[in-house]
Design a protein around this ligand. Structure first.
Ligand code: HEM
Length: 509
């Protein structure tokens, strides 16, 4: 009889016992979640920065460098506080502990994004790895960019592009030295162009000269292509549409804003389409290249053409910007500080002798690594992590954070935290080589984020930036052009120097 009364072949008593245990476990789990939800909402809310009715704190954030204002407020209100930008509530995190809590421990409650109108258009509504919500699409496309381009194996396959980048930069410096030995060199002009070339080769398989875009009836030079694919969208991403702050007024048109961003999108779309089509012709002529496009056309069969276009554009813009920002700031700091530059040169001489600095030697050059990480700390190239949205009640730093809040992780604020860093305003690579520091301290800057949304390109950035800094110091003695020391202002989404670095170079003996 027992055998007849069974659940999926289990004797009745056993099944009843299992169901009993199951129900009990379920009750426990439900109770646990109720208790933890209660505990979270029983916690106090983060302190609020006083603002004014309707606008909240908007007027206090007029400057386009909110990360600085956020870090200042942290000194008075602590590492976690809330502000209001119009009707939007933001919680700002300014210390490593709470930033990590948000990015790792509480990630499952804070894994989506609510986009500004500009970023919604420029990311084609979350069609790129960095802006999409965490989920299947994110996992798939992050795997694609890592496997094809950014993982250690893929980086080995792309080494030739990094070698070419360095050779070309050094050739240009040599030519400048010969032709105008008493003139300063515009570091950005040289480095940016080569980095853009590398990003095109990794993404599309080839660098470009100019392109004719029939849709727009124009031929664009390489500089104009750079403007359309990199500079304009970086500017557009921080363009403010006042309706972002007052979503209940979304029905009011903001024509000039929409026109500007749409124009950027249309031009980028048209140029990318032509670049991709040219490469498709190459492929149909039987010439395959190891690049992201060729990979996606085979492996990305679940993706639409528009998604492929956006992913390729993402690789170009992300490769072209933050690595330049980091290297330019590092060279500024070294050119300003002859003693530290000399310390780096002596380390290079001791380790490399008459041989060149290469990627293989990087692990033997701890001071070079300290220069790189200290630059990431002081100049935090991505000062604010793309905003995260709290989709279920949670807690951070002992405060209750209700669903619907947006989270701002202020990496710049974390890196300026006096409780963690001694004299944070000072550029001091020694802090990373001093015996009291742990090698893991290098990752305390969190410049690349943390957890499941960790930057996919950190290895490429490190390889390019460290080898370039090493080679540039090995070949030349760097100093700043007169009055250059004062040029420390920044602009844009990342911490771009407002004025490109102007440096004097003198060949080493
Ligand atoms: C010094 C240079 C760089 C810095 C400081 C940097 C920093 C960051 C930061 C802070 C994030 C956001 C993490 C988050 O949302 O939590 C990020 C994401 C990302 N970065 Fe970088 N990055 C750099 C270079 C690069 C390069 C060269 C690439 C190459 C394409 C790249 C590709 C990406 C991608 C694909 C993501 C999205 C990861 C995800 O959402 O899962 N980054 N990066």
């Amino acid at each position: 009889m027992d055998e007849i009364l069974s659940v999926d072949g289990l004797p009745l008593q056993t099944a009843a016992a299992i169901i009993g245990v199951g129900v009990f476990t379920l009750l426990l789990i439900t109770r646990y979640f109720n208790v933890s939800r209660k505990t979270s909402s029983a916690l106090p809310p983060p302190p609020e920065i006083p603002g004014i009715p309707v606008l909240g704190n908007l007027l206090q954030l007029k400057e386009k460098k909110p990360y600085r204002a956020f870090a200042k407020w942290a000194e008075k209100y602590g590492p976690v506080y809330s502000i209001r930008t119009g009707s939007i509530k933001l919680v700002i995190l300014n210390s490593n502990d709470v930033a990590k809590e948000a990015m790792v421990t509480r990630f499952s409650s804070i894994s989506t994004r609510k986009l500004s109108n500009a970023i919604k258009i420029l990311s084609c509504d979350k069609s790129i790895v960095a802006i999409t919500d965490y989920g299947e699409f994110h996992k798939t496309v992050k795997k694609h960019i890592l496997t094809s381009t950014l993982s250690p194996n893929a980086q080995r396959r792309h080494q030739i592009h990094r070698d070419t980048l360095l050779e070309n930069i050094l050739e240009k410096l040599q030519a400048h030295q010969k032709e105008k030995p008493f003139d300063a060199i515009d570091f950005r002009k040289v480095f940016q162009s080569e980095l853009f070339g590398l990003s095109l080769k990794e993404a599309l398989g080839n660098d470009v000269g100019s392109v004719y875009v029939e849709e727009l009836g124009t031929t664009f030079s390489r500089d104009e292509i750079f403007e359309i694919l990199v500079i304009d969208p970086m500017k557009g991403a921080i363009d403010v549409d006042w309706r972002d702050f007052f979503p209940y007024l979304r029905w009011i048109p903001n024509k000039s804003f929409e026109r500007t961003i749409q124009q950027m999108h249309i031009r980028r779309q048209a140029v990318m389409t032509v670049l991709i089509n040219e490469q498709k012709k190459r492929i149909s002529n039987g010439k395959e290249i190891n690049c992201y496009l060729d990979y996606l056309l085979v492996e990305g069969n679940s993706l639409t053409e528009q998604q492929i276009l956006m992913l390729l554009w993402e690789a170009i813009i992300e490769s072209s910007d933050t690595t330049l920002v980091t290297t330019e700031w590092a060279m500024y700091e070294l050119a300003k500080d002859p003693q530290r530059q000399d310390r780096l040169y002596r380390e290079i001489q001791t380790v490399c002798g008459t041989e060149r600095v290469t990627e293989k030697k990087l692990s033997q050059l701890p001071y070079l690594s300290a220069v790189f990480h200290e630059t990431l700390r002081k100049h935090s190239p991505a000062p604010i992590v793309p905003l995260r949205y709290v989709h279920e009640d949670t807690q951070i730093g002992g405060y209750h954070i209700p669903a619907g809040t947006e989270i701002v992780i202020n990496i710049y604020g974390c890196n300026m935290d006096k409780n963690v860093w001694e004299s944070p305003e000072e550029w001091n690579p020694e802090r990373f080589v001093h015996e009291k520091y742990d090698p893991m301290d290098l990752y305390k800057t969190m410049a690349f984020g943390a957890g499941k949304r960790l930057c996919a390109g950190s290895l490429q950035a490190m390889l390019i930036s460290c080898t370039a800094i090493g080679r540039l110091v090995q070949e030349y003695q760097w100093s700043l052009k007169d009055d250059e020391e004062e040029n420390v202002d920044t602009f844009g989404l990342t911490t771009h120097r407002l004025h490109p670095l102007q440096a004097m170079i003198r060949p080493r003996d």
